[in-house]
Design a binder for this molecule. Structure first.
Ligand SMILES: Nc1nc2c(ncn2[C@@H]2O[C@H](COP(=O)(O)OP(=O)(O)OP(=O)(O)O)[C@@H](O)[C@H]2O)c(=O)[nH]1
Ligand SMILES: [K+]
Ligand SMILES: [Mg+2]
Length: 301
């Protein structure tokens, strides 16, 4: 019997086994067996044909965020909750075997969220699909390191060690910015939640009970440091339906390039309304730094 058949047999048996106290132990064994076979599917294959399979997801939207964590911490549950994409979630490990993209729409920006297979110790050395997962993480603007709040600190330090050993360093600079998300806080005490929430660069959530997800999005937005700029034509209202999304610190020149390649060369001055100026509107030049939700009107020569 091949691995896929074995997996399918076990899945069928799990499905037809009633869940109760008497079957708990048996179900636990079945899930462990299932995880073992699924982990084998993740092992780097000898044949070149399956190399990188399913991991080449096109970059899209204004920013890319990757979900990294050990198996069954809730990565797929999170993706399905935050985007319109459904990624299979289940109570056994290695449910996800490829990279699954979804889109979070937030403050006018399209943020690409990537669900990935769980990584295991030794991922950095290529265990499981470790190399591919880490390669995807490197292409992300922000990495969300998801942890199981019930699993204690061992998990966090293992994961940090794993990521740092391949040079993904904690909050040094893009593209290696990451923050930690402790999921399943519905399973731990309030004191423990409080302790985790106070850790640096950490957010606590429960996908199961939809707790603190708004705050997580706010944090993500902050880490991404994106800026939305609205344009306005002379004598007209600003177009609030179509924001130009830029990195934090972007200048008027960046805005020009986004509108049209040749606009900067025809630029005379711009009028800006918003927090980046002392007066609204204020006349500014190409080097002026824009801030989130500024409105700009460009005057050509
Ligand atoms: N109690 C609780 N369970 C959760 C929560 N989020 C997810 N789960 C459960 O955790 C289990 C694993 O969830 P998945 O989304 O499959 O986890 P994953 O990290 O994608 O797992 P792999 O793809 O196998 O690495 C499922 O049984 C989920 O229902 C939560 O906030 N609270
Ligand atoms: K799982
Ligand atoms: Mg998954």
């Amino acid at each position: 019997m091949g691995i896929l058949e074995k997996i399918s047999e076990i899945e069928k048996e799990i499905a037809r086994t009633q869940k109760n106290k008497a079957t708990e132990y048996h179900l636990g064994l079945l899930k462990a067996k299932l995880a073992k076979y699924r982990a084998q599917l993740l092992e780097p294959s000898k044949s070149a044909s399956s190399k990188g399979e399913g991991f080449d997801v096109m970059k899209s939207g204004d920013a890319r965020v990757a979900l990294i964590g050990f198996p069954s911490v809730g990565k797929s549950t999170f993706l399905s909750l935050m985007t319109s994409t459904a990624s299979e979630a289940a109570s056994y490990e290695f449910t996800t075997l490829t990279c699954i993209p979804g889109v979070i729409e937030y403050k006018g920006a399209n943020i690409q969220l990537l669900d990935l297979p769980g990584i295991i110790e030794g991922a950095a050395q290529g265990k499981g699909r470790g190399r591919q997962v880490i390669a995807v993480a490197r292409t992300a603007d922000v990495v969300i390191m998801m942890l199981d709040a019930t699993k204690g600190e061992v998990q966090r330090s293992l994961l940090e060690k794993e990521l740092e050993s391949v040079g993904i360093r904690l909050n040094k600079h893009k593209p290696n910015i990451y923050f930690k998300v402790y999921n399943k806080i519905d399973q731990i005490s309030m004191e423990e939640v409080d302790r985790l929430a106070r850790k640096p660069n950490s957010v606590v959530i429960s996908c199961g009970m939809k707790l603190n997800l708004d705050y997580l999005l706010e944090m993500l937005w902050e880490y991404l440091a994106l800026t939305c700029i609205y344009t306005k034509k002379r004598g007209q209202r600003p177009d609030f339906t179509d924001a130009i999304i830029l990195r934090k610190g972007a200048s008027v020149e960046h805005v020009c390039h986004r509108i049209h390649r040749s606009l900067a060369s025809q630029f005379k001055y711009a009028l800006v309304w918003g927090t980046s100026t002392k007066y609204s509107p204020q006349r500014v030049g190409l080097t002026h730094t824009m801030e989130h939700e500024d409105v700009i009107q460009i005057v050509k020569k």
